[in-house]
Design a protein around this ligand. Sequence first.
Ligand code: FE2
Length: 376
Amino acid sequence: MSTATAPNKNKATQTDFLPLHGTDYIEFYVGNAKQAAHFYKTAFGFQSLAYAGPETGMKDKVSYVIRQNKLTFVLTTPLQSDNPIADHIYKHGDGVKVLALMVDDAKSAYEETTKRGGKVYLEPTMLKDDKGEVVLSGIHTYGDTVHVFVERKNYNGVFMPGFIEWKSNYNPASTGLLYVDHCVGNVGWNQMNPWVKFYEDVMGFKNILSFDDNDISTEYSALMSKVMSNGNGYVKFPINEPAEGKKKSQVEEYLDFYNGEGVQHVAIATNNIIETVTELQSRGIEFLNIPASYYETVLDRVGEIDEDLAPLQKLGVLIDRDDEGYLLQIFSKPLEDRPTLFFEIIQRKGAQSFGKGNFKALFEALEREQDARGNL
Ligand code: FE2
C-alpha cells in the first residue's frame, strides 16, 4: 500500500487551520496621526499610501497609511474624546492596537479561531468599492491588542475600501526597511504560558524557542520569553513575561507605563543593516548604546563575519550566531515618551534565532536607560 504511506509535501499546509501569508499591516493608535505619519516618513523613510477621515466619510477618526517595501503602518487618531480610540490612548499612550495578518479567507480564519476559544473583536465584514472587496475579521489577543485577518485577494485599490490614495509632494528616501521579522508582546506575571497556549490552541502556532530567566538575566533584572511561530514561519510572536530579579524587570516597567499588556517591539528586516542604521541615525533615530567592551570579545563568540567590525561598533549593532548562520541586530530607544514601544532592526544572514548571545549586553543597556528614568 505504497500510496497510503507516500510522503505528502503539502501536509503542513493541509493541517494548518489558519494559513497566514505574513503581516498585512500594523495599526498604531496615536495622539496625533498627522504628526506621527510625518515622523515615520521623515525618520524611517515610509511613503504616503492612503488616507481615511471626514473627507472620505469617516467622521470619528483619521487614519494615514504609509508603506515601505512590504511594511505597512496605519496611524489612527480619534477626532473626539468620546471615542474608544481616545480611551486607548489615555490608558496606554501611543501604541500598537492591531497586528493584522494576511489570509486567503477571513471568514474561515474567524470561524477556525473563534471555535477554538478566540474572543471576537470583529465579525467577518465585507468592505466594497469600485476597486473590489476586502473581507476583515478579528480576535482579541493580550491586553487591548487585536489580530485582524485581512482577505484582499479580490481587491486592487491602494489599501482598502474607505481609503483614498494619499498623494504627497514630500517623499523622503527609503531607509531599506523591508518587512516585519517578528513582533514581541509583553504580558503580565505568570501570563506567558497562558498566552503560549492561546497561540497554540486558537491560532495553531508552535513554540519554537524558549528562554528562561537564566538565559535572560543580568545582575538586576530578569524576564522569560517563548517564541511562537505560525506553520510557514512568516509570523513570529515572542511572548515575554517579567521574572524576579534584584530590581525591576524591564517588562514590569513596560507594564507600568503601558498600563497593561501590549506590543513591546516590532522587529523590522533590512538587507544592509549598516546602511539602514547609518541613515536612521542621521535622521535622528536613537539606539541603545553598547559599550566598547562588547566589541572586544564579540568575534571570539560569533566567529568570522562578512562585515567590518568598526562600522558595526560605531553604530552599536549587535552580532549573534546560531547553527544556521549569524544575525545583526540593533534596538531603538522608545519611540514615544512612555518607555513602551521600540523597534529592532535586524539583518539575518542565515540565523533564524533571536540573538540570545546578545541578551546580557542588551539588557544591561536597557537597564542603564531604565535607571536614568528612575524605574530600575
Ligand atoms: Fe526582537
